[in-house]
Write a protein that binds this ligand. Structure first.
Ligand code: FES
Length: 151
């Protein structure tokens, strides 16, 4: 039996105003970036809390990026600042539980910064490759296949 190649899953929690516009523009500009990315569009990164981030890892993400407007440009004033603090705290928790805080990062990407979006996706994909698969994702896959075999 051949071992499956590891293809990381990177989940991006992004605000609909700045980063989503940059990601959309990256597509229009045909910028190349890894297909590992799964985008979750939010009204504002201020919606992101620590439990939300941990749920994404529990669901099997190998890396998570939170990306909102640049500092001072949040359409809800301080949502991106709150997200930044929560991401910093979540990184500490990930380090403490052994998952690795580097699996998570906060970015501030303005609406016209399509190349920065592509670069951020590259960065997080590279980190996910270096850190290897999320152990929570592997154990979830094992329990799902065990449940399927039992039914
Ligand atoms: Fe973009 Fe708040 S609206 S981070």
């Amino acid at each position: 039996m051949t071992e499956q190649k590891y293809e990381p899953k990177v989940v991006a929690l992004i605000c609909t105003y700045c980063t989503y516009t940059a990601a959309d523009m990256a597509g229009s500009m045909r910028l190349q970036y890894p297909p590992s990315i799964r985008v979750v569009k939010l009204l504002c990164t201020g919606k992101v809390d620590i439990l939300y981030i941990l749920e994404v890892f529990k669901a099997g993400a190998d890396a998570v990026m939170v990306s909102g407007c640049e500092i001072g440009d949040c359409h809800f004033l301080e949502g991106n600042l709150r997200a930044k603090e929560r991401v910093a705290h979540a990184k500490q928790l990930l380090d403490e539980v052994g998952l690795g805080g580097d699996r998570l990062e906060m970015f501030h990407i303005g609406a016209s910064d399509a190349p920065q979006w592509a670069e951020a996706v590259e960065t997080m994909t590279r980190r996910a490759l270096e850190l290897g698969p999320n152990p929570l994702g592997r154990s979830r896959a094992r329990s799902e296949s065990a449940a399927a075999a039992a039914s």
